[in-house]
Design a protein around this ligand. Structure first.
Ligand code: SF4
Length: 461
């Protein structure tokens, strides 16, 4: 999971500032590194570094990024790839002039494409899929950049939402299944592309619509043109965006992420009946589901855990040791809300189980009478190959242990998961067509070497 942003203004040389603000709003999608490229119409300028947007950019750095067109990227960590050389956007000189690219998602045929390009003599400097895509664009047998992007996109398998720019234009393109999100907005004098609509609001842009699966949008000084290069008839947007990734104030595929999470909580309360005195969310992504649960069940909602906002999301830290340390400094209990109480703890998901185990332990240390963990998603049983760093199947707790074993490992008095049907009901129309491979093992784009529907131990309650 990463965040991409692009802006094309007609009159103002403020692309860097817009992109900075857009990336700020998308920081939750990746905290390892970030970067911006801008164009003043004649040359491209770039700056990227490891760290948060607020750490990497300041007024002085933004002033060195002149121009009215810009793209930006926030990157999440991948094991073994934590280096500034892999920070995006990438910038290269080609027959189309200078081209810059930033990518959210992951290609399942990256190895195959990379080997093919290397056999043709291409040398790679980074471990990114973006460099593969940039080379495919550069090698396309056409002098027209838009055609070259389409020819490259047709060779890609997997998930991608790309922003691409030259000195004169901005391009947004989404994979034919629409696994990763991308939306389009309008400012007073230009257009904006972003992974999530929350970034449009932040820069004062009006939401126009999602870029559709298999669509390429080309934004020039006269407006934008849309091209369809690979529409497959249905959208397979990642359902996990609604559970965890996206910011609650974003709208995706015409659904409010916040309201979807409320419905997930309400659905949980219909499926799971536990006598308790208080409903406590695991902050922050469990908050809306816990509110929905409390409303439906009538059990009071309390903020029993307070998050230290200056620590990165533990789920996307690169090593287990860092993740464990991250949890310890991340949450603080509100003792009077918890002590001696029967607590329902609502968490958005359980992937490795590390975070949940630490949270349950924290509640026990405070002296809760009982803690019942309710998970606002079905058991996560298959790795994601479309851009989410969940590692291999051997690390996924629900893929390897029974419900009782998971309860024993994490430590609550009981553990319950949302049913798959319940998730579909809460997400609403079209949910059953979305990518939900991490809950079912059914991958919309086949994964080399992965057996579909592998046996797994945990079934939804
Ligand atoms: S496998 Fe899961 S996390 Fe990955 S894209 Fe599909 S729904 Fe999203």
């Amino acid at each position: 999971m990463c965040g991409v942003f692009g802006v094309s203004l007609t009159n103002r040389n403020e692309a860097a500032r817009y992109t900075f603000l857009g990336l700020y709003a998308l920081q939750h999608r990746g905290q390892e590194s970030c970067g911006i490229v801008t164009s003043d119409g004649e040359a491209l300028a770039t700056y990227k570094a490891m760290g948060l947007v607020s750490e990497v950019f300041n007024d002085e750095r933004l002033l060195r990024l002149p121009g009215r067109i810009g793209i930006g990227h926030v990157r999440y960590p991948r094991p073994g790839q934590s280096s500034v050389i892999n920070a995006l956007p990438l910038l290269a000189r080609s027959r189309y002039g200078k081209v810059a690219i930033a990518h959210d998602g992951s290609l399942v045929n990256a190895d195959e494409l990379s080997e093919k390009l290397q056999a043709q003599g291409v040398i790679f400097q980074t471990a990114t899929d973006s460099e593969i895509i940039l080379n495919l664009i550069a090698q396309a047998d056409t002098t027209d950049l838009e055609q070259a992007v389409i020819m490259a996109a047709r060779q890609l398998q997997g998930a991608f939402a790309l922003v691409i720019m030259t000195e004169q234009c901005l391009i947004g393109i989404r994979d034919p299944l629409g696994i990763r999100p991308l939306c389009l907005g309008k400012t007073e004098d230009g257009y904006v592309l972003a992974s999530e609509s929350c970034a449009l609001s932040t820069v004062g842009a009006e939401f126009i619509r999602d870029v559709l699966p298999g669509e390429m949008i080309v934004i020039g000084s006269q407006g934008f043109n849309s091209y369809y290069y690979g529409w497959h008839g249905e959208e397979n947007l990642c359902i996990f965006e609604y559970i965890y990734f996206a910011r609650p104030d974003s709208i995706m595929s015409n659904r409010s992420v916040y309201q979807t999470r409320l419905r997930i909580g309400s659905q949980l309360a219909k499926e799971i009946n536990i006598a308790a005195e208080v409903v406590v969310p695991a902050p922050d992504s469990g908050v809306a589901a816990a509110l929905g649960f409390a409303k439906e069940s009538g059990i009071p909602f309390e903020l029993g855990l307070i998050k230290n906002r200056y620590v990165g999301r533990t789920f996307i830290q690169p090593t287990q040791a860092m993740r464990e340390l991250g949890v310890k400094i991340k949450l603080n209990p509100v003792n009077p809300v918890l002590k001696g109480k029967k607590v329902i703890l609502i968490d958005d998901s359980v992937v490795r189980g590390t975070t949940s185990a630490k949270t349950v332990q924290l509640l026990r240390e405070v002296g809760v009478a009982e803690v019942h963990l309710i998970v606002a998603s079905p058991p996560y049983i298959s790795p994601c190959y479309y851009g989410i760093n969940t590692s291999g199947k051997s690390e996924l707790i629900a893929a390897n242990y029974s419900l009782d074993e998971i309860r024993a490992k994490i430590g609550p008095d009981s553990i319950s998961f949302l049913s798959l049907d319940g998730l579909y009901r809460a997400v609403g129309n079209g949910a059953a067509q979305m990518c939900r491979a991490c809950f079912t093992g059914e991958y919309p784009v086949p994964i080399p070497g992965e057996k579909p529907n592998d046996e797994y131990k945990v079934r939804c309650v």
